[in-house]
Design a protein around this ligand. Structure first.
Ligand code: ADP
Length: 461
């Protein structure tokens, strides 16, 4: 059975079970407490009237025929079964032939004492009331007994308009509860259905759009979790695809160059020692350009596996930074990029892993030089505030678009705008950020497209 069907059933089942039970109980109470009671009151009144009519007619109680004649006179006025009994309890006359349906026997003892007797029989198929009324003469003697009995008409008969009304109310209630059940079931089922579809789409590798986070707290949480899960998976998938694309791109270029060099060598260039040396030199250069790519990958692999451990030391920044930047200064000058730096010797000592932090600073400076055109400038500054030290790397390169400023820190993300520069795998900033954050610091970016970019490392003192 579908989820919706189950929901509906669970909503109407209680009504289906309770309503008939309630009906039976109501009918029982109505019959025993109200109807039978009023029937017996009615019968008692009849018996009292009949008893009064026999007053002054002792012949009725001594003569069967007189008794029968008396009942025949009554027949038109009284609908109930009337039996006249002698003081001994023997039947003198009955208004109806056949056995006494009520099956009640008089208690002569109490009747002799002048007490009337009410017998109520309640069986599933038949409910009846019988009244025994003693007739007492002036001498206080029991002269006869008037027995009046009648069956209770079934409630359905005597109360048919009421019964119809009750049925109508019950039917309407049932219909309403089915409708409400349906509504609730649909509302309950909808988010679950959406989540099930989304999860199955994810399982089948399809891209899903965020499911609406509405409804009860639980369904909201469920939808939210699925959305987060889908976003994470999508992110991983995007990262994987970017990695593959970048790898193919980065490996294809040097491999193409190597292949071409090998072909030239094969076709006889090895006979020319000068050309051969030049080609081998080129191949060597190409191979050494590929090495940083592999290093980046290996590092990222290590970080993803979570073993980014730091070998923390007290490092006086004022002494540590200048020699670290010397090779970068040479690289900038070699490219034709103007280099500025201002690194106060008074900078405090900070607890850090010198190798890792050198890598983070190096990635920023290397990017600044890489993305700055000849004639531009790169500036490295450092300083301290109340509880932080900062190292700033600024360039006059192309800058980074606002919408890319977050994304460039994602693994393998490379901007589309910087295509004219030889980009790397897109891991440099990811690694730099991981290292800085690992030192409880932060890496901020301030960039105006067309003007340049400023990356700043903040480290707690
Ligand atoms: P890559 O190895 O491609 O340089 P990074 O993670 O270091 O990877 O940088 C990601 C992207 O951010 C680069 O592809 C480039 O588009 C952009 N970027 C990084 N640094 C700069 C910068 N100083 N100026 C302009 N764009 C930059």
């Amino acid at each position: 059975m579908s989820l919706r069907g189950r929901f509906i059933l669970s909503h109407i089942l209680p009504v289906l079970l309770i309503m008939p039970l309630l009906g039976v109980v109501l009918i029982y109470l109505l019959e025993t407490q109200v109807l039978l009671q009023s029937l017996s009151n009615n019968l008692t009144q009849q018996a009292v009237i009949i008893g009064a009519l026999t007053n002054g007619r002792p012949d009725i109680w001594s003569n069967d025929e007189e008794a029968s004649a008396f009942l025949t006179q009554l027949r038109n006025q009284v609908q109930s079964d009337v039996v006249l009994l002698a003081p001994s309890g023997d039947e003198l006359a009955a208004s109806q032939d056949g056995p006494d349906e009520a099956n009640a026997t008089p208690d002569i003892q109490s009747l002799t004492n002048g007490r009337r007797q009410v017998v109520i029989t309640y069986q599933l198929d038949e409910q009846s009331a019988t009244i025994f009324l003693p007739v007492i003469d002036v001498n206080n003697q029991l002269v006869g007994i008037v027995q009046v009995s009648d069956e209770l008409q079934s409630v359905a008969n005597s109360f048919s308009p009421l019964a119809r009304f009750v049925l109508l109310v019950m039917g309407t209630g049932l219909l309403l509860s089915v409708l409400i059940g349906l509504l609730l079931a649909v509302r309950l089922e909808k988010p679950i259905d959406a989540v099930a579809t989304a999860v199955s789409d994810i399982a089948n590798g399809r891209r899903i759009s965020a499911i609406p986070e509405t409804g009860s707290r639980e369904t909201k949480e469920m939808a939210h979790s699925v959305n987060v899960l889908a976003a994470r998976l999508q992110e991983l998938e995007d990262t994987r695809q970017r990695l593959l694309a970048n790898m193919v791109h980065e490996l294809a270029r040097p491999l193409g160059a190597l292949k071409a060099a090998v072909n030239v060598l094969r076709e006889g260039a090895s006979d020319d020692p000068a050309l051969r040396a030049e080609l081998l030199e080129g191949m060597d250069n190409t191979i050494s350009h590929m090495e940083p790519l592999l290093e980046d990958l290996a590092r990222l692999h290590g970080q993803i596996l979570g073993n980014l451990t730091f070998n923390l030391q007290e490092i006086p920044l004022g002494e540590w930074l200048p020699p670290l930047l010397l090779p970068w200064r040479a690289a900038a000058q070699e490219k034709g990029v103007i280099w500025h730096s201002d690194l106060p010797a008074s900078l405090p000592a900070v607890c850090l892993d010198p190798d890792r932090m050198a890598q983070a600073v190096g990635n920023l400076v290397s990017n600044a030089i890489k993305y700055t055109a000849v004639g531009g400038s790169v500036t490295v500054l450092a300083g301290e505030s109340a509880n932080e030290v900062w190292i700033e790397v600024a360039d006059t390169g192309p800058g980074i678009d606002q919408d890319e400023q977050e994304r460039i820190f994602e693994p393998f993300y490379r901007s589309n705008r910087q295509r004219r520069f030889p980009q790397g795998l897109g891991l440099g900033l990811t690694i730099a950020k991981e290292i800085v954050v690992g030192h409880n610091g932060r890496l901020s970016l301030d960039s105006t497209p067309g003007r340049g970019s400023t990356f700043t490392i903040y480290l707690p003192k």
